[in-house]
Write a protein that binds this ligand. Structure first.
Ligand code: NAD
Length: 381
């Protein structure tokens, strides 16, 4: 009963557990909502300490995908998957092909992609078992690594936030405290430097932080514990979730909180609190949709120009949220939620006239036949 209560509480449609001992696969796929289309969301590989922690993560993340797709205006539902394992030690061809079979067994109700701990090489193994995977390599008709698009979208959201807080869409001579210099944060550091910002970064992986500093000319690096205390204009969380919590909110010395991480707020009240303190908060599921937009265009037959045009729209989407918030005297997080819930309600009203299931993807990839997906000798990264 407790399990069903947990799943029902956030409104999930379907949660499936896969245990394939031969391949050492322990995975959970959570489909939150398919009102707007098939549930698309990445596959996270992480050495969760407990199965409960893995379940809690996939439930939270899949719900956020429903909000992200709906807020961005995409015809997609929300889903996510987790593989319990250490990406540094436990990856194998068998594991990802087994996961591909698991995804395929859902018949297109769930489409996977990269997330923390998985990469384009892993997607290729999945692709050899199912069409319901995005973020596959461009040589196979896919869209490749989504992180640069996510970072570009985050920059658009930061610029829109600058309009609200500083009156102009520019980060020139602004100081950005950037938490996490991984796939998204690393690219973002480069984009911010090109736009003339001062970037103070941090990463728990010191080597990675120094490599990004050398590559993009990051102005200074601080210890990860100190990033919240850096006096800055913009705080950009680009590491793991829950950066803004009861312990960190009082330490922030910025006017804008806008970054790429998922689930930045430990709870929604903190989003309201940020704005009550005079800060602009860019709701994470609106600003970090660039990667999702990029893989979404893969379903139509990938076209980078079209993807970039859609990602650029994040600027206007974030602005729209602020306009709604100001008009109705709401916080930005509330405004974004209201916008999403209206869209879901409107479309689910329409759907009651049709058979709601199955919400399947029609995938139009140019170079695709399952047999053409080459098998690699090993898994990189
Ligand atoms: P990543 O693993 O490449 O990068 C995360 C980085 O954060 C790593 O370098 C890690 O060492 C560092 N880190 C972890 N904890 C930290 C801490 N406490 N302080 C400082 N650094 C810390 O992952 P990514 O793909 O760059 O994703 C980053 C965030 O953005 C995640 O929350 C992810 O869910 C979200 N996101 C990513 C994408 C994408 O396209 N990759 C899309 C949407 C959202």
């Amino acid at each position: 009963m407790k399990l069903f209560e947990k799943i029902g509480k956030l409104g999930h449609e379907q949660v499936v557990f896969f245990s394939l001992g031969d391949a050492n696969l322990k995975a959970i796929i959570a489909i939150h909502d398919t009102t707007l289309g098939p549930a698309l969301g990445g596959c996270r590989m992480f050495p969760y300490k407990t199965e409960e922690a893995a379940l809690a993560d996939v439930l939270r993340l899949s719900r956020a995908m429903t909000y992200k797709a709906a807020a961005t205006g995409l015809h997609l539902g929300g889903g996510k998957s987790v593989i319990i394992g250490d990406p540094k030690k436990d990856k194998s061809e068998a594991l990802f092909r087994a996961f591909g079979k698991a995804v395929g067994s859902l018949g297109g109700r769930y489409i996977t992609a990269e997330d923390v701990g998985t990469d384009v090489n892993d997607m290729e193994f999945i692709f050899s078992e199912t069409d319901y995977v995005t973020g596959v390599d461009t040589s196979l008709g896919g869209s490749g690594n989504p992180s640069p698009y996510t970072a570009f979208g985050v920059l658009q959201g930061i610029l829109a936030s600058c309009v609200r807080s500083f009156g102009e869409p520019s980060v020139k001579n602004r100081t950005v405290a950037l938490q996490g210099l991984g796939h998204v944060g690393g690219h973002l550091a480069g984009l911010l430097k090109k736009e003339g910002a001062t970037v103070i970064g941090c990463d728990v992986d010191k080597e990675r932080a120094e490599a990004i500093q050398d590559k993009h000319g990051v102005d200074d690096l601080v210890h990860p514990d100190e990033i919240f205390d850096v006096p800055c204009d913009i705080f950009a969380p680009c590491a793991m979730g829950l950066a803004i919590n009861e312990n960190t909110i009082d330490r922030l010395k910025c006017k804008v909180v806008a970054g790429g991480a998922n689930n930045q707020l430990a709870n929604d009240t903190l989003g309201i609190e940020l704005e009550a303190r005079g800060m602009t908060y860019a709701p994470d599921f609106v600003i970090n949709a660039g990667g999702l937009i990029n893989v979404y265009t893969e379903l139509e037959g990938y076209n980078e120009r079209r993807a970039m045009r859609l990602v650029r729209n994040i600027f206007y989407n974030v602005q729209k949220i602020y306009q709604l918030a100001d008009k109705y005297n709401e916080s930005s997080i509330e405004a974004a939620r209201i916008m999403v819930e209206h869209r879901l309600k409107d479309i689910s009203g329409l759907q009651s006239h049709f058979n709601r299931f199955p919400a399947r993807a029609a995938i139009h990839r140019q170079n695709r036949t399952p047999a053409s997906a080459p098998s690699r000798g090993g898994v990189e990264g």
